[in-house]
Design a protein around this ligand. Structure first.
Ligand code: TXA
Ligand code: MG
Length: 321
């Protein structure tokens, strides 16, 4: 089978096939605004096991359950604090995952054996249409980690998913092509199991935004909850990522546009804003790998907000695989 056989344009037929295929226990990779996800019916243990096999991911790492609207919270979670409702109302659909005490419907094979479950309503027409069609035929949620091999850079295009995973997919699995992800870094993960929200993974929904909407102080107290994205080596390309050093000839380089490219250096991205930095970062790292570069030098963006999420991913990427 050719690789491209997995990738489908998002026609009405493809979307309805994808929903049926999820219900049948197959994998469907789909676009979200953050990164592409590798989806399976979150109630089907065999289907979710296929995600772990395709990613090469350890079984004790929980996966996020994607739902079509906040009405789906009650099926998967319990003990929802008022501030979480405020967050969901304001930022869903959007790049935010909320972690709650799980209900009996969120089994160990989703939560990695933890007593909590992570939920997200993604802000992408294709993801929302898929969630809606799947729900109509009985799929209550779509479990989906980022559609990359464990520890690698998350994919922000359907082609990147194909390159990462096609050799690990089965003939019935599919990849929906919904264009490049517009945010480019993974969702903010917020622990909602305590009196005040804690950020477990920074993203486009920032501490300031959370504080403004909830009226609560978001402490950076270390949570007991394990987040695989918090593992030290993660988000890594093949190339060695070096931060805040001048690149040498033959090395790749990522920095804001106002930083000049030294002679002989291969410029991989020149964003003019922090948003563009996030949107182009993973594609730039992949581009460096596809050119066989051994080193990619990166000058991370300064400042708060989304820049914090970018620096978080880059510092992990720089620790290697
Ligand atoms: O933007 C995103 O969040 C993307 C798109 C596809 O939605 N998904 C994503 O999934 O980044 P993944 O599996 O690559 O990263 C999800 C992170 C993992 O680090 C996992 O440990 C954490 O979420 N997580 C999931 N459920 C959790 C839970 N119950 N408690 C704590 N962390 C959880
Ligand atoms: Mg991931």
């Amino acid at each position: 089978m050719s690789d491209s056989q997995f990738v489908s344009r998002c026609t009405a037929d493809a979307m309805s096939n994808a929903a049926t295929s999820l219900l049948a226990g197959n994998l469907v990779a789909f676009p979200t605004e953050t990164v592409y996800g590798l989806g399976a019916d979150a109630s089907n243990p065999e289907a979710v096991a296929k995600i772990y096999r395709a990613k090469g991911r350890p079984a004790d790492h929980p996966v996020i359950v994607h739902i079509g609207s906040m009405d789906g919270i009650g099926y998967w979670a319990e003990e929802i604090p008022a501030y979480a409702i405020d967050l969901a109302r304001n930022f869903w659909p959007g790049p935010m995952t909320l972690v709650f005490q799980r209900s009996i419907n969120a089994k160990d094979f989703i939560t990695g054996g933890q007593p909590t479950v992570g939920l997200r309503v993604p802000d992408h027409v294709v993801a929302l249409a898929l969630l809606d069609s799947a729900k109509k035929i009985g799929v209550q949620g779509i479990a989906a980690p980022s559609a990359n091999r464990f520890g690698h850079v998350s994919p922000t295009t359907a082609d990147a998913v194909r390159e990462e995973l096609s050799e690990y997919l089965s003939a019935d699995d599919m990849i929906l092509d919904g264009g490049p992800s517009t945010v480019g870094v993974e969702s903010t993960i917020i622990d909602c199991t305590t009196d005040t929200p804690h950020i477990l993974r920074p993203g486009a929904i920032t501490q300031e935004m959370i504080e403004e909407v909830t009226g609560l102080k978001v402490t950076d107290a270390q949570s007991e909850i394990r987040v695989s994205g918090s593992l030290e080596n993660h988000y890594s390309p093949q190339a060695t990522v070096v931060l805040n050093q001048a690149p040498k000839s033959g090395e790749g380089f990522i920095a804001m546009k106002d930083v000049a490219t030294p002679d002989g250096v291969i410029r991989l991205s020149s964003p003019t804003s922090v948003e563009e930095y996030a949107r182009t970062l993973y594609a730039a790292l992949r581009h460096g790998d596809s050119q066989g570069l051994s080193t990619i030098c990166v000058i991370p963006p300064s400042g708060d907000g989304l820049a914090i999420a970018i620096r978080d991913r880059l510092s992990r990427a720089s620790r290697g695989r």
